[in-house]
Design a protein. Structure first.
Length: 291
């Protein structure tokens, strides 16, 4: 008989393997173990479905105000994992549950539709490959210059700037300083020399947070955050910052860089990424249900 129990550190390898049943996930054991220490995660919301001592399913919840985001894996066991997740969401006072599906997860998408979920949004992972020649250098708009991030004295500034920039994005939810540190500063590969601001005089106008690896892809650079304050948009600031990040990652020997983007971004982010040579590598859909 299967038991749905709390995630343990020793489950990490098996859980990572379950999540990698989706070929677009590169989760590894180190990443799974890190979830146990994240302030945004309640340990009671990370569960392993165990049968005869082996992990056959995994599910977790992340609560963001009235919405609970559900992550799950376990071919053939998704229905019972969702049943628990939806009940747990109700217990926590949430009104909506959300699940993401990637290309190729047609069976999970069909299950979600049968359970009353509706597809509400799409996103892309986009990437670019470089040769040995350095990427195109940035051209900075008049009055705007690069400033390096200084750690740790710029932590608060980076958090506040990110919150301001993304406040008008789809489905914005406030992130506390502690949660931001979990997601960014404590992320694997954190290297403050790959974080940058764009400034006009002493005023910060934009930021980019880049990492020298993607989980499961140590030779693959990643741009976690790229954003521009509203009054500085459409002036070429984002493109200059992104090109600078490309150059910095290329200097580290990285020849591929990726990022995630809302497919319906109101700022036209996908057009910017296409303009600098990035292409869509995988699409994902967000599904939602009232619980």
């Amino acid at each position: 008989m299967a038991e749905l129990r709390n995630l343990r550190a020793e489950d990490a390898d098996e859980v990572a393997a379950l999540l990698r049943q989706n070929p677009h996930r590169t989760t590894d054991a180190e990443e799974v173990r890190s979830w146990l220490a994240q302030s945004a995660m309640d340990p009671e919301d990370l569960r392993v479905l165990a049968h005869d001592g082996a992990a056959v399913g995994y599910v977790d919840l992340m609560v963001r105000e009235e919405v609970v985001n559900v992550d799950l894996a376990g071919r053939g066991r998704e229905d019972e994992l969702l049943e628990w997740a939806e009940q747990r969401a109700r217990e926590k006072g949430a009104s909506h549950a959300r699940v993401t599906t990637w290309e190729g997860q047609d069976e999970l998408a069909s299950l979600l539709a049968r359970r009353g979920y509706e597809r509400i949004r799409s996103s892309f992972e986009m990437s670019i490959a470089f040769g040995e020649e350095p990427p195109t250098a940035p051209t900075w708009p008049d009055g705007v210059r690069l400033r390096a991030y200084r750690h740790p004295e710029d932590e608060q500034l980076a958090h506040e700037l990110q919150e301001e920039i993304f406040r008008d994005s789809w489905d914005y939810r406030p992130t506390t300083f502690e949660q931001w540190r979990d997601f960014q500063v404590s992320a694997r590969g954190f290297d403050p020399s790959l974080w940058f601001f764009a400034v006009a005089g002493d005023e910060p106008t934009a930021l980019v947070l880049a990492f020298p690896e993607r989980v499961g892809k140590p030779d693959h650079g990643y741009v976690s955050i790229l954003g521009v304050r509203r009054q500085w948009r459409r002036r070429g600031v984002a493109e200059a910052l992104l090109r600078h990040a490309f150059c910095a990652l290329h200097e580290r020997g990285l020849r591929r860089v990726s990022l995630g983007v809302d497919a319906e971004s109101p700022t036209g982010a996908t057009r910017l990424y296409e303009r600098v040579g990035m292409t869509v590598t995988v699409a994902a859909d967000t599904w939602e249900k009232c619980v």
